[in-house]
Design a binder for this molecule. Structure first.
Ligand code: NAD
Ligand code: UDX
Length: 463
């Protein structure tokens, strides 16, 4: 079998950047090109100051330092990368549609489709095209159609599904030590050959027994289903946290007991203000939409409930904050959707803020990694989506203050909502903070309980 020497990845985001960095590191004989339409992003990937990389992940900058411009290249020249590559990963965003058929539910495939059109337009020889983005089951069929319709004569494409399972904040470790690598291909001789080529890349660092090959549809669906199952666990424990509050049971204790059952296991049972991130909600909505498309309404209703509980949890948390607030000021600690990332897509913080702002609360925000610009953009996009005018949005954003230090944010109010589980929040000198005034903390991550045990001036509420 001819070995793959040149690969490229379209999409230099949270998936494309880290995955290709790891492939480049583990396969020094392969040239890896990562391309994107976004010029600023590519400049940031090429910045000599590694603290400016567009994706912040523990361990990522060390790899970039070693392999960038050796066998890992970031560029905006998408056509050139396609022409030079034997294998092309598509890792572009697949957000929920905001208009048209399937609005608010279906995955928007316009970026993936435009990649397929681009590949077909410029490819002068056969290519293996790899779905790295998370896609609805049977998207490969659609891509095949687009590729063959637009291809130059005698150029053939093999489509493989290779969904990514990394989680943000632990991306590099997840890529180094994947629980499994999933590769879906078709059963023809060509299809098998294409799958083998990709398997050969992963075997450089992943044990063979962890590389699972399936048919394309199983692979596409397994990714959606995995995310749905993980999110479902969080909604399950979050739903029980409401019952814990009503009965005096302790959510963490209940979670611990449930998780000690080997059949269930302890992970993804931490109660929270609600899951966020660019994947869970989008992928479940997509799953629900798919089920409805196949007239599987009971199945769709089941998964939809995971989202409903997540929304309920965000409003339950906000309601608790509102009950405690006497002077219309609230501090929010954390904006990222989880710790150790600068990503705030679908973060619970956005929806909690919306509820608070709509109740005329002035919010004071601190997050160690998310920029002020990003926080304001998150809120602006939400209000635009809700059809508020520019004037109304500007007025709403007047109620938002963002600070560079936690002390400034905390000094401005007597009620704190903890939204992200940043480690530094546990380390703060809460004793000293409590001496300045009586404060209440609603802990959306249940991380401060032990830390605040002997501090009298702080009223503490956990989920
Ligand atoms: P992202 O938004 O961080 O990056 C996507 C990039 O694609 C952007 O930089 C965008 O400019 C670029 N892009 C869009 N259309 C393009 C085009 N036609 N040509 C060139 N570049 C184009 O997205 P992400 O978080 O990396 O997610 C990518 C995919 O991977 C999604 O389908 C997502 O569901 C899936 N996924 C994400 C994660 C995660 O943790 N973020 C994990 C697993 C899977
Ligand atoms: C998720 C999947 O875990 C990953 O496999 C997939 O490839 C992409 O989507 P990610 O969204 O990056 O990864 O982070 P994850 O760790 O799954 O957390 C998602 C959300 O759930 C976060 O808001 C997190 O804080 C929350 N969460 C997680 C909980 O509220 N409780 C938990 O027990 C675990």
């Amino acid at each position: 079998m001819i070995k793959v020497k040149n690969i490229c990845c379209i999409g230099a985001g949270y998936v494309g950047g880290p995955t290709m960095a790891v492939i480049a590191q583990k396969c020094p004989e392969i040239n890896v090109r990562v391309v994107d339409l976004d010029k600023d992003k590519i400049n940031a990937w090429n910045d000599s100051d590694l603290s400016n990389l567009p994706v912040k992940e523990p361990g990522l900058s060390d790899i970039i330092k070693k392999v960038r411009n050796k066998n890992l290249f970031f560029s905006n020249d998408i056509d050139d990368a396609i022409i030079k590559s034997d294998m092309i990963f598509i890792a572009v965003n697949t957000p929920t549609k905001t208009s048209g058929e399937g609005k608010g539910m279906a995955a928007d495939l316009k970026y993936v489709i435009s990649c397929a059109e681009n590949i077909a337009r410029v490819a002068t020889k056969d290519k293996i095209v790899i779905e790295k983005s998370t896609l609805p089951v049977r998207t490969a069929e659609k891509l095949k159609e687009i590729l063959s319709k637009n291809a130059k004569p005698n150029v053939n494409f093999d489509i493989i599904s290779n969904p990514e399972f990394l989680a943000e904040g632990t991306a590099i470790n997840d890529l180094y030590k994947s629980d499994r690598v999933l590769i879906g291909g078709d059963n023809s001789a060509r299809g098998k050959n294409a799958v083998d080529k990709l398997v050969n890349i992963y075997t450089k660092w992943i044990p063979k027994n962890k590389i699972i090959t399936t048919n394309v549809w199983s692979s596409e669906l397994s990714k959606l289903a995995s995310n749905a199952m993980l999110a479902q666990r969080i909604s399950s424990i979050n739903s029980l946290s409401a019952l814990c509050e009503a009965t005096g049971a302790d959510t963490d204790e209940v979670s611990k007991v449930i998780g000690l059952d080997k059949r269930i296991g302890p992970r993804f049972l931490k109660a929270s203000v609600g899951f966020g991130g660019s994947c869970f909600q989008k992928d479940i909505l997509n799953l629900v939409y798919l089920c409805r498309g196949y007239q599987l309404n009971e199945v769709a209703d089941y998964w939809e409930q995971v989202i409903k509980i997540n929304d309920y949890q965000k409003s339950r948390f906000s309601k608790k904050i509102l009950e405690l607030t006497k002077d219309n000021n609230v501090t929010l600690l954390g904006w990222a959707f989880k710790k150790n990332t600068n990503d705030s897509r679908e973060s619970a913080a956005i929806y909690v803020s919306e509820i608070l702002i709509n109740n005329n609360i002035t919010i004071h925000i601190y997050d160690p990694m998310v920029s002020e610009q990003r926080i304001l953009l998150d809120l602006k996009l939400l209000f635009e989506y809700k059809n508020f005018s520019k004037k109304e949005i500007d007025k709403k954003l007047m109620n938002v203050n963002i600070y560079k230090t936690h002390n400034e944010a905390i000094n401005n109010s007597k009620v704190i909502g903890l939204v992200t589980e940043w480690d530094e929040f546990i380390e703060y000198d809460w004793e000293e903070i409590s001496q300045k005034s009586n404060i209440s903390i609603v802990d959306g991550r249940n991380i401060l309980g032990q830390r605040l045990n002997n501090i009298n001036n702080i009223k503490y509420f956990k989920l």
